[in-house]
Design a protein around this ligand. Structure first.
Ligand SMILES: [Ca+2]
Ligand SMILES: [Ca+2]
Length: 124
């Protein structure tokens, strides 16, 4: 699903949002979870949406849930300031560092409800 559809999905499944990664500990936790999952999805780059975008101001990444500017980020090098790529994914291509892509691409969401992380495989 697209970035917008993914956020909608999270709201409709438990009232959460696409994941907001606050700090290095949370990021490491999620990356570990993603690494443990087998690469059964197509494409095999195993992409997952984060709840963040720089659609409003190019290069200023804001979390979608509370409109706050990201303080902690884990961009894969040299790939977070492309004009037409305003959304971010975790992808195994970069060992789950964050890569920017077009928001219209279709990837699965990682939803977050408060401090719990719920992945699509779990919620159906
Ligand atoms: Ca969080
Ligand atoms: Ca951009």
């Amino acid at each position: 699903m697209t970035f917008t559809a993914a956020e909608q999905y999270c709201r409709q499944h438990g009232g959460g949002h696409l994941i907001h990664v606050e700090n290095v500990q949370e990021n490491a936790f999620i990356k570990d979870q993603l690494r443990e999952r087998k690469l059964t999805f197509v494409p095999l780059s195993n992409p997952w949406w984060l709840g963040i975008t720089d659609e409003e101001t190019e290069g200023i990444w804001k979390w979608f849930d509370d409109d706050s500017v990201a303080t902690y980020t884990d961009f894969q090098p040299d790939d977070h300031d492309t004009l037409d790529q305003d959304c971010l994914i975790f992808t195994s291509v970069y060992d789950f560092r964050w890569a920017d892509v077009q928001c219209s691409y279709k990837f699965p969401p990682i939803c977050e409800i408060r401090s719990e992380h719920i992945e699509p495989g779990v919620v159906g």
